[in-house]
Each structure stands twice: as C-alpha cells, then as structure tokens.
Design a protein around this ligand. Structure first.
Ligand code: EPU
Length: 338
C-alpha cells in the first residue's frame, strides 16, 4: 500500500474530468485497508472512496486522499435450497460480476447488466435498472469501520435501502468503506420482466421462455440505444434522479401536459420521468460550453470534449432552474458532485 501525491483523476472517473487528487491510494487487499488505517490518514483528513468513478463529477481538484478500491474476487459462500450466496469484493467491476452470475445461471442480477461502476458502489447508492435494484439481491454488506478498523456485517434491512440511497450515503457517510457484498441469487429459473420496456423488447424477439442470458443481452441492447458508452463519450449515467411528487401536483401537471410520463408509487405519490421533463423543456441535445445533454436520453449529461466539472455543474443548475420554472418540480442530481 503506497500513498501517492498529485495524481490526475481523469482515468478514474467516467466523465473523464481532469481533476487532481492531492493524495491517492490503491487498495488491493483488506490488509491494505488495515495498513491505511494504521497511518491515521482515514481519521484525521478528508478521504473519498472511489470505485469506477461512474457516478461522480469533480467540480474541482480534490484536496484529500482518494481511496481507490481494487480488491478482486467472486466466491460462492453457500447454498440454501434454491438460493446461492455469492460474495464479491468491492473492487470487482459490477458488469463483470453480473456476467459471472449469468454465465453460471444464477438468476437475479441479469436486469442490472451493463451498469457502470464497481460492486462496492452498488449498495451505497442502491443501483437499479429495468425493475430491479441492488437491494433485491443483496444479502449482507461487509464494511470496514474507518474509526475502529473493525469489519461490520450489515444485514439488508440495516442498509436502509431507498431509491438510489442507503445508510452509507446518509448517517454512516464517511464512516464505513464497503469491503465486499454477499448476494442471494437463485439457482432455479426466475426472471423479473415487470419493467414494461424490457418485457416488450423480450417479447419482440420472440423469446417465449427467455434464458437469463437472453434477458441480459436484451437489457444491454436497450441500454446501448439510450445510454452513451463511457469509453467513447464521458458521462455519469443518469445525472438526475426521477422526482417524486404528490398526487395533486401530478394531477395538475397531467391536466396541463397529457403526455406526462409518470408511475404511481406504493404510497400513492407519483414518480415523474425526469428525462421527459428535461426533454419537454427543450434541453435534449443542447450544450453549454463543453458540457451537453445527451441526444438519446435527456437524463444523461455528457462531456462534449475537454469539459470541466464546473461546466457540468453550470449546465445542471441551468436545467434544474428551467425545469422548476416550467413545471414547479425540483429535480436533484443522482451523481455526486465533489
Ligand atoms: N423519457 C423521455 N425523454 C428522455 C428520457 C426518458 O421522454 O430523454 C421518458 C420516456 O417516456 C421513457 C421514460 O421517460 O419511457 C423512462 O425512461 P427510461 O426507461 O430510459 O428510464 P429513466 O427513468 O429515464 C431510469 C434510471 C436508469 C435506468 C433506467 C431503466 C434513474 C435516475 N435512472 O431512467 O438508470 O437505466 O431507468 O431502468 O432512475 C443510472 O442510474 O445511471 C441509470 C442509467
């Protein structure tokens, strides 16, 4: 474990923003984490845990220690009836982990194919797509306490998962570093085709009884039609969260905009498609400086070339203000702005 200084973060964030970290350390084993703890750097100075850097925008240089999780390994921990418990280390690439599950015919992760980032980041923001969220397959999260150096095991309910949210983003932010995640997957055929666009795409392909692999491939194709490949165009995936409004706010909007896209939530509120609001406000494909709104999915902000974090923040503020002025709805970033 070696702490380096003044390192460019350009290759460590999918937006491709060229910010500097004043200190940087790669963590390859749990022992590395413990050695880092012994230096005292985790207790006395600001630090930032980075996985794939796919949900972060560096608005400025980072004056602190970047802890880059590079631990690897996927291991079966046990079998319980039709279920299989599989542990993946925090530094595993999320989409590699999903592919591993699909290859072994362990069901549950296929809808989460192609999400950028790492296993360690998945529980922090409860990544989700096509009707499945990480919380649906997480059994426990093993996390390292930066104040005591103990490893604590969080049950699924202790993680307090919400929409793109968990205890690790809230009360316990900066207190724990996710070391590994144990997932509960199914060995018996079980797919989730509750997301309409996914069910339609699977049906269109004529799969009567689709395999996990066919669903994973369909998800990947759907993503490719809407989302930029981070290797080609820098972005942080969905930049904004879909906002939730009351039934009366929703009804007012629906009267004014009959084509409004919304989904009723379990508690009678409505989730609006932020992409629809942004597109309707005329931002799709627009740019401000070198930051732009992706032409195929308005929820995604992109690097048009040499973009700075400040340009992304300026664009996101302009969109937020405009959406609020037009619809009376405040959208907020899903991406974390550092
Ligand atoms: N829509 C528009 N214009 C747009 C984009 C979307 O009108 O530019 C409308 C469409 O009518 C579409 C509806 O919004 O039917 C929903 O769009 P989509 O299925 O693409 O999903 P989303 O709500 O825009 C969310 C996640 C994505 C995830 C997809 C698929 C959030 C913040 N985003 O997007 O997650 O892939 O659902 O499940 O919840 C990510 O978090 O980085 C991410 C990509």
């Amino acid at each position: 474990m070696t702490i380096e200084h003044d390192i460019s973060l350009k290759k460590y964030n999918t937006f491709g923003i060229d910010a500097q970290a004043s200190a940087f350390v790669a963590i390859r084993t749990e022992q590395d984490l413990h050695e880092l703890f012994l230096t005292g750097r985790l207790r006395n100075q600001p630090f930032l845990v980075l996985g794939g850097g796919s949900n972060m925008v560096f608005a400025d240089n980072y004056q602190g220690l970047v802890v880059h999780m590079e631990t690897k390994g996927i291991k079966v921990q046990g079998v319980e009836g039709d279920d299989i418990l599989v542990e993946a280390q925090a530094g595993e690439v999320w989409s590699d982990f999903v592919r591993h599950c699909v290859d072994h015919e362990w069901y549950g992760a296929e809808n989460l194919s192609g999400i950028p980032g790492t296993v360690g980041a998945a529980p922090v923001q409860n990544v989700g797509a096509y009707g499945t969220e990480a919380k649906d397959i997480i059994e426990v999260v093993r996390a390292y306490d930066v104040q005591t150096s103990n490893l604590r095991v969080f049950s699924n309910s202790e993680c307090r998962f919400g929409y793109r949210n968990s205890i690790f983003k809230q009360e316990l932010k900066d207190r724990y570093i996710v070391a590994s995640v144990i997932f509960r997957l199914h060995r018996e055929y079980e797919l989730n085709l509750s997301y309409k666009a996914l069910a339609t795409a699977v049906a269109m392909k004529g799969y009567g009884h689709p395999t996990g692999r066919q669903v994973a491939e369909t998800v990947t194709e759907l993503r490719n039609t809407k989302l930029p490949d981070p290797k080609v165009i820098g972005s942080a995936g969905s930049f904004f969260k879909n906002p939730v409004v009351t039934a009366s706010q929703h009804d007012d909007l629906k009267r004014r905009y009959p084509d409004l896209v919304s989904f009723v939530t379990d508690d009678g509120h409505y989730k609006l498609a932020a992409g629809w609001l942004i597109e309707k406000a005329g931002w799709k494909g627009k740019r401000l400086g070198n930051a732009g709104v992706y032409g195929k999915q308005a929820l995604v902000l992109v690097n048009c070339g040499g973009c700075t974090g400040k340009e992304v923040v300026a664009l996101s503020k302009a969109i937020t203000a405009d959406v609020e002025a037009r619809f009376g709805v405040r959208i907020s970033p899903e991406a974390i702005i550092i």
